[in-house]
Design a protein around this ligand. Sequence first.
Ligand code: SF4
Length: 428
Amino acid sequence: MTRHTPPPPSTGCRNAPVLKQRGQHEVFCGLTGIIWLHRKMQDAFFLVVGSRTCAHLLQSAAGVMIFAEPRFGTAILEETDLAGLADAQNELEREVDRLLSRRSDIRQLFLVGSCPSEVIKLDLARAAERLTMKYAPRVRVLNYSGSGIETTFTEGEDACLASMVPTLPETDKRQLMLVGALPDVVEDQALDLLAQMGIEDVTVLPARHADTEVTVGPNTVFALTQPFLGGTHAALERRGARHLPAPFPFGEEGTTAWLQTVAREFGVDQARFGAVTDAPRARARKAVAKATETLNGKSVFFFPDSQMEIPLARFLTRECGMEAIEVGTPFLHRAVVGPELDLLAEGPQLSEGQDVDLQLERCRAAQPDLTVCGLGLANPLEAEGLTTKWAIELVFTPVHFYEQAGDLAGLFSRPVRRREALKLGATA
Ligand code: SF4
């Protein structure tokens, strides 16, 4: 049976007290974003300027040999570089020369900073500038930091997109910019829905290919598709673009609210909006309803990891009937997640930042039916009998917009069902 999403709460969480935590973090660093960014930008190369640890992280996160050189790799800083005994700047530029002379398919090169490159204060911005002058117009070289100190893994995408914004050509054109690296098939669905509503002037950041012109200016309005793009949001506003604050396109309700915000901005009338969205909305509701049979009435606890926690808590509580006990997020960016907080009914403890031991104590005391957390915490919590979901899967799996709403709900219902099946097996 399809569950009806409740009306918006009279008191949402926008002004709810937030527990600020400043302790030990248990998260992956921003280098992780390269795994999905290199798939999205098909002629870009990501050169991590880091240590063997960084290379190992990428290798294990990507599950491939990075030295096989697909479209990302590591320029390894050796001990002599770290001790300041070698000119790492010159060595890096020689490494880029070697790479670009071999690989004519590379059109954009990102020099990605890491903890070691930051410790030795390697000036990647200067290197990127020099290399751009040398290789323009064939290759554009940009830089951003994927360093792990006090960051979380989704910040890599934010830093990458923010690094592109200052280089975008200026335009006066009235246009919509979609911001966020979605899988191509999902992006196509979104563009198709917008086109059916008559919104045709749409540009996407990041573009799939370097030669697709992405422009920005005072008549650009932008809609974020991911809640972790606070830096890109600020960079676009500096270029004069205007943000359309909206819930994120997770689940039927989030997708409808997101599309409605865009439709209102472009003067799409309700009849046309309904004609375009009624059928996919019904499909999404039906798909979510299947998972809801498992999730309804269950409790969920979020550790801060992906920065997607608040929109997901909204989806799970409002569309799947779950109860959120704690919603932890690494950063609470109100300009970005404000509309989500309005929809999330008062009740859960909101927390920002992390103090992992204290949070583990709260989680153990609450004994939630489902805990959403990073890889490092999931196995120990499973061993203690808690059911977990890895937050990182949410960025590797297509979960946005109507056609993926059922898959999104399924990501949460599967571990709960598996645990129930194991319990039944044990008592049989
Ligand atoms: S946390 Fe720092 S040293 Fe470790 S992999 Fe990430 S960038 Fe490299």
